[in-house]
Ligand binder design. Sequence first.
Ligand code: ARG
Length: 438
Amino acid sequence: MKKEFEEFNSSIDFDRLLYQEDIEGSIAYVKALQKAGVITDKELQKIVDALQEIKDEIRQEIPLPLQIEDIHTAIEHRLTEKLGEVGKKLHTGRSRNEQVVLDERMYLKKEIKNIVEVITSLQKAIVKIAKDNIDLIMPGYTHLQQAQPILFSHYILSLAFMLRRDKERLLDCYKRMDTCPLGSGAIAGNPYNLDRKFLAKELNFSKVSENSIDAVSDRDFILEFLSSIAILMMHLSRFSEDFIIWSSSEFGFIEIDDSLCSSSSLMPQKKNPDSLELIRGKTGRVFGNLFTLLTVLKGLPLTYNKDIQEDKEPLFDTISTVLACLKIFKNVMATLKFNKEKISKSINSYLLATDLADYLVKKGIPFRESHKIVSLLIRYAIEKNKSLKELSINEYHSFSNKFCKDIYDILDYKVSVERRNLKNIVKKEIQTLANNLL
Ligand code: ARG
């Protein structure tokens, strides 16, 4: 029974990921203990050397004792194995409650920087695709119905801007995460007169936490991270969905590279966009991770309770999932092929209805009225099974005498896109992103 509980209680299987931060935190802590006169110079040196060795041992995957509860205890245990009595001094005045949250803050700060870099490289890939296909006209959709002709480059750059906001959110939560909790003790602070500013500086934190009760209870920084990543994944998922639809034989706008698809085990003709489907699917578990932690914290009495140990798996899972998804999504983007003919053929001629209405506005008809005229005209064209170009000038005249021969000049998708100055807007977007991807 004892063994069963020990396994149940243990987090070492997953919190070993924090070993580097834990050791760095301990090194800073013993330095502060020495500064405060709690340990001698010699003891400090011994502990620091031994901790460095332990770091190498763990890096070389020398197995940690399994019956030990967590990475913090395991490292301290190993230190005492190595140094005897001196090792036992490391934890003077310190609690795992502050230690765990310190490690998590350090770990997550590093991971945020890493994720931000990976997002930037995806943004660069997007900018490249936009540049390479700057003139590609496609139908733009609202309600999944064709709305107006747009440039694919404009469409795909919208993701680069969403990603820019995602990075802003991450870097914003980084600012609050960048607070050193060490010195908070288990709940009520530290009696050894530690120099907390020194600790923060040693560990690259820009400030120290002010309320020890808050410091050991708080997991907002993880929640903020999980919600920022949930939003980012939602963005990737929406684009995945568009590309999945566009790669279907009904649309046939794009082809996803074979290396990112699978074939059906039963139907030889099939090529499935698994990469994008998995990104869409994994978005669900990233949302779930946010809800796991929100639920763990809801109704949890202050301060530390063991429930909080459940913060780690959702956090680590979200980090590895988002990194994998960003990388795969970038590969999909970088190898995307366009079926330009199919895209251009798919554009419905009635998409120029708004352009016709604008034409009448230019001739002095108020927009609401021109909208009505064009609606009737489109209904007529559909009835006659004619495209807008196939309607004669007399037919146009029967709807409004403001229609002249030059109407045929605007019945062109390219003109429609140019009227909205889209190409220049795209060029400006590319410039903005190049200057400031953040
Ligand atoms: N493994 C624990 C966790 O991850 C560390 C803190 C334990 N603190 C305690 N008072 N039992 O939350």
